[in-house]
Design a protein around this ligand. Sequence first.
Ligand code: GDP
Ligand code: MG
Length: 294
Amino acid sequence: MKSGFVAILGRPNVGKSTLLNGLINHNVSIVTDKSQTTRNNIIGIYNDENTQIVFLDTPGIHKPKAQLGQEMNNMAYSAAHDVDVAILVVDASKPFGDGDTYIIDHLDIHHCPLIIVFNKIDLARLDKTEELKKTYRSFFKDAIFIDTVAKEGFNIDEIIKNVSSLLPEGPAYYPPEMITDKDEIFRIKEIIREKVLKSLREEVPHSVAIYMEHIEWEKKPLQILASIIVEKDSQKGIVIGKGGQRIKEIGSKARQSIERLLNQHVYLELKVKVDEDWRNAPSSLKEYGYKYEK
Ligand SMILES: Nc1nc2c(ncn2[C@@H]2O[C@H](COP(=O)(O)OP(=O)(O)O)[C@@H](O)[C@H]2O)c(=O)[nH]1
Ligand SMILES: [Mg+2]
C-alpha cells in the first residue's frame, strides 16, 4: 500500500482546518471565522483500501505578537520538516501580500513535493486568481496547483488523488479505525474553546485557553469541570455575560457537542479564571498545552 505524512500549511484563516475535516470526513479540527483558531498540530487520518494518508493540520503562520504566536509558528514549521508531501493553502480571494511573503521567507518546504491549494475560489475573481497563481509560480516552479472550495468539499478528491500518487510504498502507520491522534480530553477542550470563540468577537478570542480541572469517566452522566482562562478581569465579565447568560449558552452548546463526540450524557460545569498575560508566560503556555517542545 501507499502511505505517508502530509502537512497542511498556510496563513491564518485560509481554510486549513476546514480542508482537513473535509479530507478525512470528520470534524477533528475546530473551524471558526476568527484567525489563529488552531493552536496545535492536529493529525487527521485518511484511509482507503490502498492508501493511508496522515494529514497534519497546523496553526496559521503569521508575524507573532506574543510568545503564544511564536510557539504556534514553531509547531507549523516543525510539521513541515519530515513530511512526504507539503500542502500550502492559499486564500484565492485575497491579493498577494506581506502575509504570503512572510510564509515564503520563513517556511522551508523545498525538500518534498508541494501542492498549492487555492481555496475559497467561490469568493474569488478568476482574473485575480490567475494573477495570484503567476506570483506563486515564480516562487514554486514545480508545485501542483489545485483550486478548491473546502467549505463545500469541492475538488477535495483532487487533493487525495494527487497526494496518493506522490506517496511512497509503506505500511499503515495507524489502525484504520483511528481518525486523529488527539485524545478525548484534548478534543473536549477544543469543543469548549470553539463554542467560546464562536460567541465572542475581536480581541477576546486570542486570550482564551481551556484548562481541564476535573473529569470523572466512571460517573453517569459523565462529570466534567473545565475552566475558561482569560487574560483580564474585563474579559471574564464578557465571557460570563449579563446575568451569566453567555456562559450558560456556551456550556449548553459545548455539552451537546461533547455528548455527540462521546455518545453519552454529560454534565458540564464551566468556570472563568483570569491568568494575566498568560500568552507570554512560559509556565502557563506549558500548562495549557501550547509549549512547542522538540
Ligand atoms: N467562502 C469560503 N469560506 C471558507 C472556505 N473554506 C473555509 N472557509 C471559511 O474560512 C474560515 C476559516 O476557516 P478555518 O478552516 O478555520 O481556517 P484555518 O485558520 O486556515 O484553519 C471559516 O469561517 C470557514 O468556514 C471556502 O472554500 N469558501
Ligand atoms: Mg485552523
